[in-house]
Design a protein around this ligand. Structure first.
Ligand code: NAD
Ligand code: GLY
Length: 351
């Protein structure tokens, strides 16, 4: 088992990376009230194994599958279930699934009776390398992605890499977009490592996957430990997301997977950086080569013009004093938050 720690003082917690479901902290395994939140697809594969981790039989609540259900309506359904079952503040919630279930369950955990403990058991590559770590929780609104949420750290993250065997290929690729993001935002050596191990990753080599997931969790844990509530450095984790969130919302949640939208968004960020002289054409090509190695899109949907992006980008959570802010690569493997991108520059670069 590999272990990464998110260092947040009294709220520090472990991320355990194994190839089975066995590393639950004893105080969580012994909890008197446990409710597992999952969806129908994931539950069919893994619900029974996760139930057996607990000393007393937990309850479970299953949502329909998909990003389209990461809504206030689902949030309310889960809360109603917990109230109907008379769950108290001793409750431990368990998020068993990908980022959709993790984000929604975390938001319920932040709000139910003003906050209860929760555990993340992420089952997609994306959620294992990114969304289960760091305590960002949210639901979507038709007017914007992740617009309603809270910071709520889990008590533990339990990563079982074996579950990736049942993950559809398209979902695995979407997770690779967030993996590549770590290299592009701040780790040139990791870009080289990914290029070198692309074939092994595509073949799901267990040891290489475990190394890769651990590296991403360590990078995220370090950033979150330094800047939990995104006052500065944590914003770098949103590389590609300002463009990406616009794609997801414009196309209809679930049409483009989050990771696919982030991949296209990172290429748009790279092109903007190139037009500013920060990336060479060859470096932009390294970005596209890496994304294409995992069958990810390198351009936005052909039906979307830059005019379609603008309303979403102007409502982005990074906007400050009415100014759009973008995370852009300033070199290959380095990035920065940039506040001086204007509408006319965007129109010029992406016309
Ligand atoms: P997802 O949760 O929709 O899961 C993708 C699909 O895979 C679903 O159909 C799911 O049922 C299925 N699935 C999950 N695990 C499986 C398994 N082991 N075997 C077979 N099928 C499985 O999508 P996702 O990509 O995991 O998460 C995307 C969400 O994460 C987005 O809403 C995004 O906004 C959010 N996110 C949050 C953060 C954060 O910091 N909180 C970071 C990145 C992304
Ligand atoms: N995925 C962005 C963050 O956790 O900050």
């Amino acid at each position: 088992m590999q272990k990464v720690e998110v260092q947040l003082g009294e709220r520090s917690y472990p991320i355990n990376i194994t190839h089975e479901f066995t590393s639950l902290l004893p105080e969580l395994a012994a909890a008197a009230q446990v409710v597992i939140i999952s969806n129908s697809v994931v539950a069919e594969h893994y619900l029974q194994s996760v139930i057996s981790l607990f000393e007393q039989q937990p309850l479970h609540f299953l949502l329909p599958d998909g990003e389209a259900h990461k809504t206030l309506a689902s949030f309310e359904q889960v809360l109603s279930f917990l109230l109907e079952q008379r769950m108290s503040r001793d409750l431990v919630l368990v998020a068993l699934g990908g980022g959709v279930i993790g984000d929604l369950t975390g938001f319920v955990a932040a709000c139910y009776q003003r906050g209860v403990r929760f555990v993340q058991i992420p089952t997609t590559l994306l959620s294992q390398v990114d969304s289960s770590v760091g305590g960002k929780t949210a639901v979507n609104h038709p007017l914007g992605k992740n617009m309603i949420g809270a910071f709520k750290q889990p008590e533990q993250v339990v990563i079982n890499t074996a579950v990736l065997q049942t993950l559809p290929q398209r979902e695995f690729a979407a997770g690779m977009a967030e993996v590549i993001k770590y290299g592009l935002l701040g780790d040139r050596q990791f870009i080289d490592w990914l290029l070198q191990h692309a074939e092994a990753i595509r073949q799901h080599d267990a040891s290489i996957l475990a190394q890769m997931i651990r590296h991403c969790c360590q990078m995220k844990a370090d950033i979150v430990s330094r800047d939990e509530t995104e006052q500065g450095e944590r914003a770098l984790l949103n590389l590609g997301h300002t463009f990406g969130h616009a794609i997801e919302a414009f196309m209809g949640y679930g049409t483009w997977l989050h990771g696919e939208a982030v991949a296209a968004g990172m290429m748009m960020a790279a092109k903007l950086a190139h037009s500013r002289g920060w990336l060479t054409a060859a470096e932009v090509e390294v970005c596209s080569t890496l994304l294409m190695a995992f069958d990810l899109p390198i351009a936005p949907p052909p039906t979307m013009s830059i005019h379609d992006f603008l309303p979403y980008m102007k409502a982005d959570k990074k906007v400050k004093a009415g100014k759009m802010r973008f995370v852009l690569p300033t070199a290959l493997g380095k990035s920065s938050v940039v506040a001086d991108v204007t509408e006319s520059e965007l129109l010029q670069v992406f016309a």
